[in-house]
Design a protein around this ligand. Structure first.
Ligand code: EPS
Length: 403
């Protein structure tokens, strides 16, 4: 199994991640990881911090001459803002000017964090709960993205809505109705989305959303939204129904929900299907040349928690950013009195970044199931296993069911 851990505080020296379990000989470059990190920083509505940071990775181990060695890969991303926080975030001594934060922001991890960990300053809760940590996740997920590319599996994402403003036509409907080109590559979705400052696919919608974000900024408010992450080229047979903890859909939902501020997740037309008759919810099985496919893809590429070979479609919902410049009510813990919540520099909207993080989380889960099924200590061995399985799949079905 592959695994990764991240470490680092938002205003500490750096973020790090250790990625383990990938096969040897996978080609990967700093340039590839940096490109993903840059995409995570994009998006209209981010706060002042993104003007300070230009995230780039330092490869500390696990990669030699552009290829993995099978050893743990450690990656480092320095926080440029650290220079402004050396005293406040010192590992040993409390600085003289250090001010204790005593007012928790509703919707942030401030109050739950200090309660659970018995912290003396809300700052200690803020630092690790900050979505800054997702930069390290994107670096780790880039290794998974690279692995998937070797197997013709691609991941793309786009923002569906911000502040309740939806496109007139949703591209996901085309995928559900299976009205996309057979050779559709979901990475193309990201190429298109990356051209928009909000990562939306509809120009009219972009303008409307920008106006709403401007209004939110002016009135000291924030916004959330919904996004799609899509994987194409996934082979039939990843995941399992044999145990609750082997299910691919459950792993995907967990990975998407682990992204900061994500509060909802849907696979395929999950919620819509709950309102339909069965005949309108399920995907008819049809012959497609010599192979078997589905007429539609309302299930979003998963049946029985196993991939069907059709695009995997995941939708996530991100709540509005919790730091408000015109704050709602909270309690000052030093006086135990009602006050306005604390203001501090923050983003107004981060849904575009959230969708990019969603890509790397989905990539991670699919890579993990791919390695589980096709194993192999080197990329060559893994490809042999993958190719044999795919080549023989239909022959085996035919042979097993021949009367
Ligand atoms: C965040 C608050 C802001 C965001 C940050 C997440 O940071 P700061 O407190 O330094 O202004 O910009 O996101 C990032 C730094 C990032 O890289 O995504 C929060 O409280 O979660």
């Amino acid at each position: 199994m592959i695994r990764f851990l991240t470490a680092g505080e938002s205003h500490g020296k750096a973020l790090t991640t250790i990625v383990e379990g990938f096969p040897s000989n996978l080609k990967i470059t700093k340039k590839f990881i940096d490109a993903q990190l840059k995409r995570r920083q994009m998006g209209y509505g981010r706060g002042g911090r993104m003007k300070i940071e230009t995230d780039t990775v330092e490869i500390l181990s696990g990669i030699r001459y552009g290829k993995t060695m099978g050893s743990p890969i450690s990656l480092l991303i320095r926080n440029k803002d650290w220079e402004n926080w050396t005293d406040l975030m010192d590992a040993e001594k409390k600085s003289k000017g250090s001010i204790k934060i005593t007012v928790p922001r509703p919707g942030h991890a401030d109050l739950t964090g200090i309660s659970k960990y018995n912290l003396f300053d809300i700052r200690n809760s803020i630092e690790r709960s900050s979505a800054r940590e997702t930069a390290a996740r994107v670096a780790a997920g880039s290794v998974a993205l690279r692995l998937l590319e070797e197997f013709g599996i691609h991941i793309g994402s786009f923002v569906e809505s911000i502040g309740g403003i939806f496109p007139t036509q949703n591209f996901a409907d085309k995928i559900y109705e299976n009205k996309i080109r057979k050779d559709f590559n979901s990475a193309d979705l990201s190429i298109k989305a990356d051209k928009s400052s909000l990562r939306v696919l509809d120009k009219n919608q972009e303008e409307k959303i920008i106006n709403k974000i401007k209004f939110a900024k002016k009135t000291g408010n924030t916004l959330g939204g919904t996004f799609f992450v899509v994987a194409t080229g996934v082979p039939i047979g990843l995941g399992s129904f044999m145990q609750y903890d082997k299910k691919l859909d459950a792993d995907i939902a967990s990975a998407i929900l682990s992204i900061n501020a994500v509060k909802g997740v849907e696979i395929g037309q999950g919620f819509q299907n709950a309102m339909e008759f069965g005949s309108k919810a399920h995907d008819e099985i049809v012959m497609l040349g010599k192979t078997i496919s589905r007429k539609t893809n309302r299930a979003g590429g998963l049946e029985g928690s196993i991939s069907t070979g059709l695009p995997i479609v995941v939708r996530g919902a991100m709540k509005p950013i919790a730091t408000l410049m015109r704050p709602i009510k909270s309690v000052d813990l030093s006086k135990m009195k009602n006050v306005d919540a604390r203001r501090e520099r923050s983003d107004f909207v981060a849904v575009p970044a959230c969708a990019v993080i969603g890509e790397t989380m989905l990539a991670w889960v699919i890579a993990s199931h791919l390695i589980l099924k096709f194993g192999g200590d080197s990329i060559e061995e893994m490809k042999d296993n993958f190719n044999t399985y795919n080549k023989k799949l239909y022959d085996r079905i035919r042979k097993n069911f021949k009367q």
